[in-house]
Design a protein around this ligand. Structure first.
Ligand SMILES: [Fe+2]
Length: 375
C-alpha cells in the first residue's frame, strides 16, 4: 500500500467529513482503481459560466425514439472501436432473424415485454431485464407490448467480472441467470417481409453492412444444445447491490458486465450512507481521466441528478468534470435510500456522438449544475 502525500486541509477518510467549505474531487487513473489524489476545492469544478468548444456533458431524451423496424429504426447514439450504443423501439414481431457478426450484444429492456427467440431457444423478457446475445447468434424479438431496448454492442466478448473478496455469490448468484431451452419452437411464419412464399430471411451484420440470406426452412431449428456459450438473461431485480452504511462506494462496486475496454454497471435500489452524518451520500466530483462515461436512466428518482427522468441518457466525456447537481445534494440530505435503476457504460477509449443522437439532445444540460438554470 502506498502511503499518500498530505498537503493542506483534507479529509483523512475519503468521502467523509470534508473540510469546512469544500467539495471533494477524486482525481484518479484507471477508473477508481489507480493512483489518485483527492482535491478539496472551494468551488465545485462544474460551476462554469460558459463553455466554448466541442467538449461538454451531454444529455439525450430517448423517449422520443420512434417505433419501427428493429434494425432500420435502431438509432446509434455513441460509438468507438470497442462498443456501439443504440436505442431501438419495436411493437411488432420481427419478420426476419438477425445475426450480428461484428460483436456481442447486450440488450437492456427499458420498456415492454415479450419473447426473445434465438438459436438456443426462447426467453420471456420484461422491463428491467438484461439479455446477453453472443456474437454470431441468430435471434428475433417478439414483443407482446411495445418494447424499448438499449443495445450495447461490444467488439470483445461480454462477461461477468470476478467478485474478488466479495465472493462468487455477491451481487447475484450465477444460479439466477436464465438460459433458453429449445422446447418451444419459433412461430416465425414463412413469406414475411422481403421473403418469397415459403422462405425465411436471415439478416447478417458484418462490418456494419447488412446481408440477407434466405432459407426454405425456419433457421431456428435447434432441437437441443449443450456447452458453456449461450444466450443468457439477468433481471435487475435479481441484483443485490453491495452498500456501506458509512462510506460511499465507487461505481466500480456495481459492475455487472465487462468486455475489453468496456465496463457496464447497474445502479439498483439500495440504502444510502445513513450511519454517519458526515459520510457523502452523493458521488464526489470527478473528470474521468481514463474513461468516458454513459449513464442510462431506467426507473426511479435519480439521486445524483436533478431534471433527469426515465429514458434519458447522459454522456460525460473524459476531461470535463461531472458530479452531483445542487438540487440532488439538497434532496439526498434526509433521504435514507435510493430507488433508482440505471445502467452505466464506461469506455476506456473516447466515444463519438453519432448523428442520430443529436435529434434527442437537450442542449442546455451543460448548465444544469448552475443553481438557477437547471433544466
Ligand atoms: Fe461518473
Amino acid at each position: 500500500m502506498d502511503i499518500p502525500y498530505v498537503r493542506g486541509r483534507v479529509a483523512s477518510q475519503a468521502h467523509v467529513a470534508l473540510p469546512e467549505g469544500t467539495v471533494e474531487e477524486e482525481y484518479a487513473r484507471n477508473g477508481f482503481f489507480g493512483r489518485y489524489a483527492h482535491l478539496y476545492r472551494e468551488h465545485a469544478p462544474v460551476a462554469w459560466t460558459r463553455i466554448e468548444g466541442p467538449l461538454r456533458p451531454r444529455l439525450f431524451a430517448l423517449g422520443e425514439v420512434a417505433i419501427g423496424d428493429y434494425l432500420a429504426s435502431r438509432a446509434t447514439l455513441l460509438a468507438n472501436r470497442d462498443c456501439r450504443i443504440h436505442i431501438a423501439a419495436i411493437a411488432e414481431p420481427m419478420p426476419y432473424l438477425f445475426r450480428n457478426a461484428d460483436g456481442d450484444e447486450l440488450l437492456f429492456v427499458h420498456a415492454g415485454a415479450g419473447r426473445l427467440e434465438t438459436d438456443f431457444g426462447g426467453l420471456a423478457y420484461e422491463a428491467g431485464d438484461y439479455l446477453v446475445i453472443p456474437r454470431g447468434t441468430l435471434y428475433r424479438l417478439v414483443p407482446s407490448s411495445a418494447t424499448r431496448v438499449l443495445v450495447v454492442e461490444t467488439t470483445g466478448e461480454l462477461g461477468v467480472p470476478d467478485r474478488g473478496m466479495l465472493g462468487q455469490h455477491a451481487l447475484f448468484d450465477p444460479a439466477v441467470l436464465r438460459v433458453p431451452s429449445p422446447d418451444e419452437r419459433s412461430q416465425l411464419a414463412p413469406g414475411q417481409g422481403s421473403c418469397r412464399p415459403h422462405e425465411w430471411q436471415v439478416v447478417i451484420q458484418r462490418q456494419r453492412a447488412l446481408t440477407s440470406v434466405y432459407y426454405p426452412h425456419c433457421p431456428l431449428d435447434v432441437v437441443g444444445w449443450k456447452g458453456t456459450l449461450a444466450v443468457w438473461q439477468l433481471r435487475v431485480r435479481d441484483i443485490r447491490p453491495v452498500s456501506s452504511d458509512r462510506y460511499h462506494l465507487p461505481p466500480s462496486a456495481h459492475t455487472t458486465f465487462t468486455a475489453p475496454n468496456v465496463a457496464i454497471c447497474t445502479f439498483a435500489p439500495r440504502p444510502l450512507e445513513n450511519g454517519d452524518p458526515a459520510a457523502l451520500k452523493v458521488p464526489f466530483y470527478h473528470s474521468n481521466i481514463d474513461f468516458d462515461e454513459v449513464l442510462f436512466y431506467h426507473a426511479g428518482e435519480f439521486f445524483s441528478r436533478g431534471g433527469i427522468s426515465p429514458g434519458m441518457l447522459t454522456f460525460h466525456p473524459q476531461g470535463i468534470h461531472h458530479g452531483p447537481q445542487p438540487r440532488a445534494v439538497e434532496r439526498t440530505g434526509a433521504a435514507r435510500r435510493t430507488e433508482e435503476v440505471a445502467v452505466m457504460i464506461d469506455t476506456r477509449n473516447p466515444l463519438d456522438v453519432c448523428p442520430p443522437a443529436t435529434a434527442f439532445e437537450i442542449a442546455s444540460y451543460w448548465q444544469s449544475w448552475q443553481p438557477k438554470e437547471q433544466p
